[in-house]
Design a protein around this ligand. Structure first.
Ligand code: UDP
Ligand code: MN
Length: 241
């Protein structure tokens, strides 16, 4: 069998949650030897989410990792950080080879990217579409290596990339026992990738045909302010359970 893929998906309760996880789950179902770590930013797992994961039937663990209270009151929050660090902790405890990837619940993934990232030796990268006013974020490639980054917001980052734009080999993560994601809005990717150092730009493996194709999109669902999710209350005068 090919090397295992560990997909870390942070998620949280809101009206769109079950819809997002349905779309992502049935995408992941097309990929072999994949283990889905669904990690809720919540005190307790949402039963409707567990039920959905069982129904989709991709091998999974349903974990929780709530955002620390001190960040919850901030206007700009470190979204999904506690969840992703919980995923890294799970991998350190349970995995020995293969590749990990942070797949937010609202993005759109071409299944091709999963079979490309599977062979990552250290860190792989590729472009992400529909992000910032630039419309795309991508490593800039010359003669097969990264020479810079194209991104709508550089922000003094060494790695101005999106969460959806890179994968990391499990062995490489395990060789960096202190690697983790910082609770620093805007700098989560940069902080995590820096925590994997030493890593040379020339060692970054470029996927999606040398970063000439978009296989991942940073889609965002429009919020319906009137909607409630099945776990949030009763739908009166309907047959919904
Ligand atoms: N998320 C979370 N807790 C929150 C907000 C977001 O766990 O309070 C998750 C969310 O489900 C998603 C990821 O963190 O998988 C990134 O959040 P979002 O998509 O809202 O961020 P954006 O794409 O706008 O940067
Ligand atoms: Mn998002």
């Amino acid at each position: 069998p090919p090397p295992p893929l560990y997909i870390i998906t942070p998620t949280y309760r809101r009206p769109e949650q079950l819809a997002e996880l349905t779309r992502l789950g049935y995408t992941l179902k097309h990929v072999v030897n994949l283990y889905w770590l669904v990690i809720e930013d919540a005190e307790e797992p949402t039963p409707q989410v567990t039920k959905l994961l069982q129904k989709i039937n991709v091998p999974f663990s349903h974990l929780v990792a709530q955002m620390p209270a001190k960040y919850r009151k901030n206007k700009v929050k470190p979204r999904g950080v506690s969840n992703r660090n919980r995923g890294l902790e799970w991998i350190r405890a349970n995995a020995s080879d293969g590749v990990l990837y942070f797949a937010d619940d609202d993005n759109t993934y071409d299944v091709e990217i999963f079979d490309e990232m599977r062979y990552t030796k250290k860190v792989s990268m590729w472009p992400v579409g529909l992000i910032t006013k630039f419309g795309v974020s991508s490593p800039i490639v010359k003669n097969g290596t990264v020479v810079g980054f194209y991104d709508g917001w550089i922000g003094g980052r060494k790695y101005p990339v999106d969460m959806a734009s890179f994968s990391v080999s499990v062995r490489f993560l395990l060789s960096r026992p202190n690697a983790s994601m910082p609770y620093k809005p805007g700098y989560e990717e940069d902080g995590f990738l820096k925590s994997l150092s030493p890593l040379k730009l020339t060692e970054i493996e470029l996927l999606a045909s040398n970063c000439t194709e978009i296989l991942v999109w940073h889609t965002q669902s429009k919020k319906n302010p009137n909607a409630m999710s099945l776990d949030m209350g009763k739908y009166n005068n309907t047959n919904l359970v």
